[in-house]
Write a protein that binds this ligand. Structure first.
Ligand SMILES: Cc1ncc(COP(=O)(O)O)c(C=O)c1O
Length: 484
């Protein structure tokens, strides 16, 4: 494929280097220790390790590999309109931590969407930043979060003139985006850099039917999980910035401080390939097909399963919804998302996210009409025999709760001694841990926050509804970790 004239891979230097190494008879005496000889132990081990090409000594020799990666990252910067761009093998988790370490100094205030992923939170711990949480808006009609409202941002900027950055998550897990142009304009008026966690939106910005990517809207930094929606290896991510308001040297130091020194060249080559694909004419056709097949799926699901809702771009203002996102809202048809998920797993089609009321399969540009039709068939088939109990629309509780009072910063709480107590005795104490129902992974409790009865109740209700309670030391919620 990559040798065909005009193929996107011609412009992907790391992909080409990976292919050269894979085809070479090289017998390395470098790390990784498998030395391409896993097959001498067992076929399975050989197969498992066969794709592993290190950056150093595989993609390029140890002395020049930094340069090869930097050249590929320059192509990334070019594509996303950045002047600083790094590829990470540590996922957007690493990338979010990098940006947190680059925006300020310990003790500085940052404005953070409460939809933030836990990696942003761990970035706050590492960097010692003090978050002011911004609640996300809810569209009551659709029962969905719609990002952070400009009015919320305006008020927070006015109340916290000391803030050194604004962190947003765009799109969120159900595909909705804030009114980013307005949010960015407000932050710019005050010279506050905007960091957008666009982990779920690596495919945005390259086709008129999709929202623009965050840098093109004026954000200062953007984090992309290439592996989430592009054809890239797990852990492949990109962090890119326009550095007028951010220090490129600090970004580099932050990146190196928290990155592995033995990156997988295979992961980097896949990021390079995904970048080259987006830059190629092929992307238009693939992104076009993706919009179409997801739209068809929405139509078919709504037609064949009465009461099922599948919100789409038409339900939102332009630029506020990712048209590739397929969200199944189940309350009206009465299906239970956890049961539906199990049925789909049984047919070999695991989905990315499921709770009682919502199921989100990830459809990407490598899916086609057949793969998506098979998914729709499986959902329709399962709906025919699964129990149905239509219920009123509810908005997922973590989005609606009053944000708890913070007694300490996440960093202070992280380093403080803690006790484990019966959960009911935790009310009124300070949480030592992050607790978030997953999906959507939105924190109900952040380390340093006072545990309210409301927070405990909604966590218990989420758990009772079959939602996994993530990140807590005791996911059954019998106990909680609180500061001593
Ligand atoms: C909004 C958001 N940001 C960041 C991450 C972390 O991404 P990764 O899994 O690439 O480390 C996730 C993971 O799901 C996420 O949902």
């Amino acid at each position: 494929m990559i040798d065909e004239p005009g193929d996107f891979g011609r412009d992907a230097p790391l992909l080409q280097a990976w292919a050269r190494f894979a085809a070479s008879p090289s017998r390395p005496f470098t790390i990784p220790g498998h030395h391409r000889r896993g097959g001498t132990v067992s076929d399975v081990l050989g197969e498992l390790l066969s794709g592993d090409v290190p950056l150093f000594g595989g993609i390029a020799d140890i002395k020049t590999a930094h340069g090869a990666l930097a050249a590929a990252e320059r192509l990334g910067a070019q594509l996303w309109g950045a002047d600083w761009c790094r590829y990470s093998t540590g996922g957007s988790t690493h990338a979010n931590q990098v940006v947190a370490l680059a925006v300020g100094r310990p003790g500085d205030t940052v404005l953070v969407s409460r939809a933030a992923h836990r990696s942003t939170l761990s970035g706050l711990v590492l960097a010692g930043l003090r978050p002011v949480w911004l609640p996300v808006d809810i569209d009551e009609r659709l029962g969905l979060p719609t990002g952070v409202a400009p009015a919320t941002v305006e008020q927070a900027l006015a109340e916290h003139p000391e803030a050194v950055a604004l962190f947003c998550v765009e799109p969120g897990y159900v595909g909705t985006l804030s009114d980013l142009p307005s949010v960015i304009a407000l932050a710019r008026q005050r010279g506050v850099p905007v960091v957008v966690d666009q982990a779920w939106g690596s495919h945005l910005g390259f086709h008129p039917d999709y929202p623009p990517h965050a840098l093109s809207l004026g954000a200062d930094a953007m984090v992309l999980s290439a592996h989430k929606t592009l054809p890239a290896y797990s852990q492949a991510s990109v962090v890119a910035a326009c550095t007028g308001r951010l220090d490129p040297d600090r970004l580099d130091r932050a990146f190196e401080a928290s990155a592995t020194t033995s990156p997988a060249g295979t992961i980097h080559a896949s990021t390079d390939a995904a970048r080259a694909l987006l830059a190629s004419p092929l992307a238009q056709g693939l992104l076009d097909r993706l919009v179409r097949v997801v739209d068809d799926a929405r139509g078919r699901l709504q037609e064949e399963i009465p009461g099922l809702r599948t919100p789409g771009p038409k339900d939102f203002a332009p630029g506020r919804f990712d048209p590739a996102k397929l969200v199944l809202q189940l309350d009206g048809c009465g299906l239970d998302g956890n049961q539906l998920e199990r049925a789909l797993i049984a047919t070999g089609m695991p989905v990315e996210l499921a709770d009682r009321d919502t199921v989100v399969p990830i459809v990407t540009m490598l899916d086609d009409a057949d793969t998506v039709a098979a998914l729709v068939d499986a959902v329709v088939e399962a709906a025919a025999w699964l129990e149905r109990a239509p219920r009123p629309r509810t908005v997922f509780a973590p989005w609606t709760q009053d944000i708890p009072v913070a007694a300490l910063t996440p960093r202070e709480a992280f380093f403080a001694p803690h006790d484990t107590v019966q959960a009911s005795r935790g009310v009124g104490r300070i949480s030592a841990e992050l607790v978030a129902p997953y999906p959507p992974g939105v924190p109900v409790l952040v380390p340093g926050e006072v545990i309210s009865r409301e927070a405990l109740t909604l966590l218990r209700e989420a758990a009772a509804g079959g939602t996994r309670i993530a990140y807590a030391a005791d996911p059954t919620l019998s106990t909680l970790q609180v500061l001593a």
